[in-house]
Design a protein around this ligand. Structure first.
Ligand code: GLA
Length: 388
């Protein structure tokens, strides 16, 4: 991943160079990495992600008219549109900005026009939820500008709705909930049905390593939608609202009646839900060895039953497992490329990274990156002109 990190200073400087003067406030919304609980969120199940210390930053200043002008520094593009002229034909990052404004307006937030600069260090397409970070950054900024009180769960739901209904991507709720509700130093155990969550502290003697395979997801959307449909078909077979409601015992009793593909998909989701709850318990108990074992079983299940891994992800995970200090590793996010995640003894993080990089380079042509991250806080206002 890029060595250059986003900083408040560079954001303020870019704002001045683009619009003149200073913004009224700056928000920061993080990317995420999921420790365990993959492809469970849209099955009403459990996930255990952390927000990472890679984020999207948005500096904004209110305008007196209803225009929105946003400069996306990383891609060197500026979009200008009126709040009453949102356009479903837009693609790329602008669609996410407009989708969130559309959904906020529908929810009754009295929006105002603004000038803004976007900057970030969450790599796109790597499975680190850069879209959710963008959505929550826009929601946080647009509400703060008009003094609308911040309700993180509601804002996560609205952001997901923007992505589902405006951008037309059928994602679950994990990414938005993490970007909105995560707590520094903690993992977020989330029940994706009730949206109840618990902040589970990460022990100080471990670090979370993001392992970027250097491959980017291809065809992820159609494969993702296909998996969702297969899960829904499996739930319908069991007469359950979602696979969350099917117990391992019910599954074992009737699995032979399912076709092979549906059986595997269901088996992944049902066992992954159990693993996620078990992993959260292991984390609470400080049993990192067991947590790591569960990550490995999760990877095998995603590879063999859910079939969302790739050779690059499998090699990355194998390299991580053979490296010093590694408790466990698995692919993270939707799959089909992007990143794996590993839990590593803090004192071994240097030799771990060196081993993984050398091992991966020896086996694959792509350029890998290893990044040790801290569990960060969900979307927040990090700077206000009035507080200077
Ligand atoms: C993507 C989606 C999430 C979740 C994961 C798989 O990141 O955006 O909602 O479904 O895939 O766990």
């Amino acid at each position: 991943m890029r060595a250059v990190r986003t900083s408040l200073d560079s954001l303020l400087m870019t704002f001045e160079a683009t619009f003149g003067g200073i913004p009224s406030l700056v928000v920061r919304a993080p990317g995420r990495i999921n420790l365990i609980g993959e492809h469970t969120d849209y099955n009403d199940g459990f996930v255990l992600p952390i927000a990472i210390d890679r984020a999207l930053w948005l500096a904004v200043r209110r305008r007196e008219d209803s225009l929105v002008r946003v400069h996306a520094h990383d891609v060197g593009e500026t979009a200008t549109f009126a709040l009453d002229g949102l356009d479903r034909g837009q693609r790329g990052w602008v669609a996410y900005v407009q989708g969130v404004l559309w959904v906020l307006e529908k929810a009754g937030v009295p929006l105002c026009g603004w000038d803004g600069v976007l900057m970030g260090d969450v790599p796109r397409g790597a499975g680190l939820a850069s879209s959710a970070a963008l959505e929550l950054a826009v929601a946080r900024a647009a509400t703060a500008l008009v003094g609308w009180s911040w309700n993180p769960v509601e804002m996560a739901q609205l952001s997901q709705r923007a992505e589902n209904e405006w951008v037309d991507v059928a994602c679950g709720i994990m990414d938005q909930m993490t970007a909105a509700c995560a707590r520094e130093g903690h993992a977020l155990l989330l029940d994706c049905r009730t949206l109840a969550f618990e902040h589970v502290p990460l022990p100080s003697d471990v670090v979370v390593a993001v392992l970027d395979t250097g491959t980017r997801r291809g065809l992820v959307e159609s494969a993702y939608n296909e998996r969702r449909a297969q899960c829904e078909a499996a739930a319908a077979f069991f007469g359950a609202p979602a696979l969350r409601d099917v117990t391992p015992e019910q599954f074992a009793a009737c699995a032979h009646l399912l076709d092979e593909t549906t059986r595997r998909r269901a088996r992944h989701v049902i066992t992954e839900n159990t693993r996620t709850l078990e992993a959260a318990a292991a984390l609470r108990a400080g049993d990192l060895t067991h947590f790591g074992e569960l990550m490995q079983v999760s990877h095998a299940s995603l590879r063999d039953d859910f079939e969302v891994s790739t050779p690059a992800l499998d090699v990355m995970v194998a390299c991580a497992l053979a490296a010093p200090g590694c408790y466990g590793a698995r692919l993270t996010g939707a799959g089909f490329g992007g990143c794996a995640v590993a839990l590593v003894a803090a004192e071994e993080n240097q030799p771990f990274a060196e081993h993984v990089l050398a091992c991966y380079r020896a086996h694959m042509p792509h350029a890998p990156q290893v990044y040790v991250c801290k569990a960060a806080e969900g979307a927040q206002v990090v700077w206000e002109e009035s507080a200077r």
